[in-house]
Design a protein around this ligand. Structure first.
Ligand code: NAD
Ligand code: TDX
Length: 333
């Protein structure tokens, strides 16, 4: 696999993946990205110019995606509308990009026989009760809650249908919540870090007891590369790093790291349909493909991420006010 097409490669996880691939292999990468509000050209700075190309375009542009698929050995499909809160206020773009966009990618892979890896989320499984010891596995039934997760669930079903009906050479991964550099300030961890850096208070939905299973984006990238290289066609792999924390624990860690009182946060209006708990059992990926995460623990990864945001204010500052204004309009500020 020498020529890799990365859709959504100017977004948070996609750009981390591009850095990962170019830093560890001699492959070349084409990023196909629409450069929505969530994208950042700067996230691709510092890469070897002769091995990376950016095509600004839409994954739902069938002729464009078909042409690009014919010029590459593999497609890694990250492009998506990714924020649950946005899917509740305006679901249309989630249907268009996450479903129609994935359909276009599948048709292009089918036409050219291109290897495809589809990036998905643990949210397709719905949520677990807070006191349920179970974790999601590849056998957990789909039960998505939000327009975002329902559209991602639909995209996974399309991939499986194209594998079975048309022999498309695809794999799927469903990963837990990512954190790390270049994540948009609308998301939980960057929002709270930047609120505190601004002298403000973290904004926690509901009672703050909801649990997420955190993984560093670098570990997500290494898992995706492992699956692309050694995963079995037609298989799904869950990706997770045993990082369960409730939201209150996370904001307290951020506040303490930045020298503030651990109770210096606000509880705000809850998210509609807010999933209670996600938890990933990644035994299949670890046992079958030998993958392990490289970040020793969430506390270390979070501390590095806080420092990254402290050092990159010029990157996040331009989007911060508009993001907070949108939250204020929904009573979540
Ligand atoms: P993001 O919002 O940071 O980035 C998405 C990227 O896709 C942006 O660069 C955007 O410009 C691009 N994009 C959006 N619509 C497009 C279109 N129509 N055509 C071309 N490009 C388009 O998202 P992210 O958090 O990096 O998530 C990337 C992928 O990983 C998504 O598929 C998401 O469902 C999945 N995922 C995310 C997480 C997480 O915690 N963030 C966890 C599991 C899975
Ligand atoms: O201000 C906030 N306060 C708050 O309490 C925000 C933005 C979020 N939250 C809560 C909601 C969730 O319980 O924090 C948790 C994490 O929220 P998000 O960062 O919005 O992530 P989540 O909804 O869990 O979805 C994320 O993980 C799975 C990604 O955005 C998805 O793309 C991915 O599929």
């Amino acid at each position: 696999m020498q020529r890799i097409l990365v859709t959504g490669g100017a977004g948070f996880i996609g750009s981390n993946f591009v850095h990962h691939v170019l830093g560890r292999t001699d492959a070349s990468v084409t990023v196909l990205d629409k450069l929505t509000y969530a994208a950042s050209r700067e996230s691709l700075d510092g890469l070897p110019e002769d091995r990376v190309d950016l095509v600004v375009g839409d994954v739902a542009d069938q002729p464009l995606v078909e042409r690009l698929a014919g010029e590459h050995d593999a497609i890694v499909h990250f492009a998506a509308e990714s924020h649950n809160d946005n899917s509740l206020s305006e679901p249309g773009p989630f249907i268009q990009t996450n479903l129609v966009g994935t359909f276009c990618v599948l048709e292009a892979a089918r036409r050219h026989g291109t290897r495809l890896h589809h990036i998905s989320t643990d949210e397709v499984y719905g949520d677990l009760e807070l006191d349920d010891p179970a974790r999601f596995t590849e056998a957990t039934p789909y039960n998505p809650s939000s327009p975002y997760s329902a559209a991602k669930a639909g995209s996974d079903h399309l991939v499986r249908a194209w594998v079975r009906s048309f022999g498309v050479q695809a794999t799927i991964s469903n990963c837990s919540n990512n954190y790390g550099p270049w994540q948009h300030v609308e998301k939980f961890i960057p929002r709270q870090i930047t609120n505190v850096l601004d002298g403000g208070r973290p904004k926690v939905y509901g009672a703050g007891t909801n649990v997420r299973d955190w993984i560093h984006a670098e570990d997500h990238s290494s898992a995706v590369w492992t699956i692309l290289e050694r995963g079995r066609i037609g298989e799904t792999y869950l990706i997770g790093a045993d990082g369960e924390r409730n939201n209150l624990e996370v904001v307290r860690m951020i506040l303490e790291h930045l020298g503030r009182d651990a109770d210096d946060f606000d509880l705000v209006t809850d998210r509609a349909g807010h999933d209670l708990r996600y938890a990933i059992d990644s035994s299949k990926l670890r046992a079958e493909l030998g993958w392990t995460p490289s970040f020793p623990d969430f506390a270390t990864g979070l501390a590095r991420t806080i420092e990254w945001y402290r050092d990159h204010e010029s990157w996040w500052r331009p989007g911060k006010d508009a993001t907070e204004a949108a939250y204020a309009a929904k009573g979540q500020a």
